[in-house]
Design a protein around this ligand. Structure first.
Ligand code: ZN
Length: 278
């Protein structure tokens, strides 16, 4: 019964959400899938436009985390965002003067001083659901927003996943394609040989599709430890994102970047609250 209910949901979602709802945190790295913003966090002060010389180092950047962009109610609905809601969230950020950049651009800014717009925000979409192309991509284009897509290669060209043509088109438009491993395993629980393969081969496969360097990584279900982070660094990635709640800052370990999870229940007001409290 349980599994039948889930039949339409991919293995990756099941893995992710099983962790989210049962929570089996290791001592070292809790998955933090259900973490919430700090209680009583102060309202953010009105944003000031920094003088150009300060723009050299934007210290904090909200990296938003989404999964499926579809109208849906049922088990694990928190992983879904309605397309109309995503549009309102993006319109809100545009009104507030935000510019969407990619995770790679944030890392280049922090590591090499490459300039960024004054109010950057990053949209990340995990797992490579078909709805990223059919629903999110048209909205992103309407607002001239970019994003980072974290794809695990086993899902590419499957029903419900993205096709290589869709990935090429979105990469050509300027969306960043980052790696989310080959098969979405818990990277802390696999052999060293398989760990290398998941991290290195996924990078190669995605680079073959896009013709561009893949420079950022996203840990499946947010699971990582020192050994995993070191393999990601050695494979040539500039950094990696997790599911720990919060805005990313350059003082963090760049292979352990926080993100702000956006749930279905956030709608527009919850989204605004999260943006005001990071
Ligand atoms: Zn995932």
């Amino acid at each position: 019964m349980f599994w039948r209910t889930l039949s339409a949901i991919t293995i990756s979602t099941v893995l992710l959400t099983t962790l989210a709802f049962t929570g089996t945190p290791s001592k070292e790295e809790p998955p933090d899938l259900v973490s919430i913003p700090p209680v009583g966090a102060l309202e953010k002060e009105p944003a000031k436009q920094p003088p150009p010389e300060e723009n050299k180092k934007i210290t904090t950047i909200p990296i938003l985390m989404y999964h499926v962009i579809e109208d849906y109610s049922g088990p694990y609905e928190q992983l879904y965002t309605e397309p109309a809601v995503l549009r309102r969230q993006i319109a809100y950020l545009k009104e507030q003067g935000y510019t969407a950049v990619t995770v790679a651009e944030a890392l280049n800014h922090w590591q090499k001083g490459t300039p960024l717009p004054a109010k950057p925000v990053i949209f990340t979409f995990d797992d490579g659901y078909r709805s990223i192309y059919t629903e999110a991509f048209p909205i992103l284009k309407d607002y001239n927003f970019r994003a980072t897509l974290y794809l695990h290669t086993a899902k590419i060209n499957t029903p419900g996943g993205l096709t290589t043509e869709m990935i090429k088109e979105m990469s050509g438009y300027g969306l960043e394609i980052g790696s989310h491993s080959l098969t979405h395993p818990d990277l802390t629980k696999i052999s060293p040989a398989r760990l290398k393969k998941e991290i290195q081969l996924s990078k190669k496969e995605l680079e073959k599709i896009t013709g561009k360097k893949v420079t950022t990584f996203c840990y499946p279900a947010g699971r990582h430890n020192a050994r995993v982070r070191e393999e990601v660094r050695k494979a040539g990635y500039l950094g990696a994102v997790t599911t720990r709640y919060g805005a990313a800052t350059f003082q963090e370990n760049l292979y352990n970047l926080s993100r702000i999870r956006i749930n279905k229940s956030d709608a527009l007001q919850g989204f605004i609250n999260k943006m005001n409290r990071y």
